[in-house]
Write a protein that binds this ligand. Structure first.
Ligand code: TUI
Length: 314
């Protein structure tokens, strides 16, 4: 059995979070992960308060286990969804794509455990001072909005600047990677791309098929010119976007090209104009299965790997 202080802190069986994937991580997926013993997370992404309240109601109908909400700080609705989580006393809030400082007081007063996603030691120090309960350190292997530093290099450096438990994210889909994350000092993991192909995940089947068919070199990073690098699957659309970034296209036109592309991928499965966010681990994911089985498989393999690690100590 793999247990860490994260299990006790949050009242979960396995120290694993499901990533807050935009247009993908809804109440149904979050409930399946929480019922499987992990921490299911609803993505508030670019949606408004009404959408989030509905997803919180769904998760509470489907499970009485703890769950979380991810707040994407670049969202134009960040203020109103920040209020919803406080009012609803959501057990855990994770944040991404920015500095959560502005909301910390409001959430801590509501008794919420705040676990920010960081991609640098500077932000880790800041959220430690601001009262976070733990930190998710996300390496650039992950899907979606990414930082520069890889998980291998980021996790030990974050562990060195905080006494809070660290959850490793980016590049984790199986038990070997779980074991490696623990060896780097993490006390838990966050997994996104692998849960995208969970049976209970309602994303469009075209999206799941693309992940299942991907190889090690199937992802590309775009968006650097506009200041938000994003990792997605290589498609004619993402290659065109990449080329457009290095052309004389204006920032406004480039912005327009990207607008609505996550929705088109996740909801419509549009292979021409959708942006299929994915981590580099897509090449290791070959099978759709229930969320609870994904968790069991990762932890069974992780335990075996950690126990076998002593073989090299002479
Ligand atoms: O946020 C994510 N992943 C995401 S957000 C997203 S939606 C989106 N849509 C269009 C453009 C961009 C994003 C899709 N995937 N992961 C967590 C994460 N947070 N990764 C990196 C960071 C981060 C970056 C900067 C955290 C803090 C930070 O601080 C900036 C500062 O203020 O210093």
């Amino acid at each position: 059995m793999i247990k860490s202080p994260i299990c006790e802190l949050l009242g979960i069986e396995y120290p694993i979070f499901q990533g807050g994937m935009a247009w993908i991580a809804d109440g149904k997926l979050a409930a399946a992960v929480s019922n499987g013993g992990g921490l299911g997370i609803i993505s508030a992404m670019n949606a408004n308060a009404e959408y989030l309240k509905k997803q919180i109601d769904i998760v509470r109908e489907l499970t009485d286990k703890p769950f979380g909400v991810n707040i994407m700080l670049m969202s134009p609705f960040a203020d109103e969804v920040a209020e919803v989580v406080a009012k609803e006393k959501v057990p855990v809030v994770t944040t991404g794509a920015g500095n959560p400082g502005k909301y910390m007081k409001q959430w801590l007063e509501a008794g919420i455990k705040v676990i920010p996603v960081v991609a640098s030691t500077a932000m880790a120090k800041m959220v430690t001072r601001a009262g976070a309960s733990a930190i998710i350190a996300e390496g650039g292997e992950s899907g979606g909005h990414v930082g520069e530093i890889t998980t291998m290099v980021l996790i030990p450096q974050i562990c060195d600047v905080t006494n809070l438990p660290v959850i490793a994210a980016g590049g984790i889909a199986d038990g070997r990677q779980l074991a490696a994350a623990f060896m780097l000092g993490a006390q838990g993991v966050q997994v996104g791309t692998r849960f995208l192909v969970a049976t209970e995940c309602s994303v469009h089947q075209n999206y799941k098929n693309k992940i299942l068919k991907a190889t090690d070199i199937s992802t590309i990073t775009t968006g650097k010119r506009l200041g938000h690098p994003v990792r997605s699957l290589k498609t004619p659309y993402s290659r065109d976007y990449f080329k457009a970034e290095y052309s004389d296209m204006s920032d406004e036109e480039l912005e327009k090209l990207g607008s609505g592309s996550l929705y088109r991928a996740a909801i419509e499965g549009n292979e021409e104009t959708g942006c299929f966010l994915s981590g580099q681990v897509a090449g290791m994911i070959h099978e759709e299965m229930p969320a609870a089985e994904i968790i069991r498989e990762i932890f069974t393999e992780g335990e075996k790997t950690l126990q076998g690690a002593c073989a090299w100590v002479k």
